[in-house]
Ligand binder design. Sequence first.
Ligand code: ADP
Length: 149
Amino acid sequence: MKRAIFPGSFDPFTKGHLSILMRALPLFDQIIVAVGQNSDKSPMTPTMQRIARLDDLFKNEPKVSVIQYSGLTMDFCKAQNAKFIIRGLRNAQDFNYEQPIAQTNLALGSVETIFFSAEPQLSHLSSTIARDIAKHGGEIQSFLPDIIK
Ligand code: ADP
């Protein structure tokens, strides 16, 4: 059973996240969307609401499950018996942030991180920017998969 974790705060889950997940799906038997709490970011949508929407989004996709987690992603992988982490890369800044984390997860947890390059037309999408726009009453519908809107 090839099981992967797709961890993130997903606040909100954007078309960019959906693209990464759908492209990873053929490679794995199961993908767990792991909804975590990023201590550097204050949430726009409560975790349980985010999970309910994601459950809805993936209700017809038996290979995808949605679980809340806290603590180290590496420990969550071990608990779920997952050997792979999926992450998306939009730019060099993402890469510089992700590489040492991936190297650490490999060295300490024997977990491989698989990176997917963002689709060019989605690489500007960021949950942080979406939250900022929403906070100031702006329009973020175009960022989001239909069900999340
Ligand atoms: P985190 O808080 O862990 O950074 P995010 O919810 O912001 O989680 O993102 C989860 C993953 O999705 C990260 O690997 C991030 O780089 C990736 N990602 C976010 N937006 C996009 C996008 N538009 N295209 C591709 N990957 C993306």
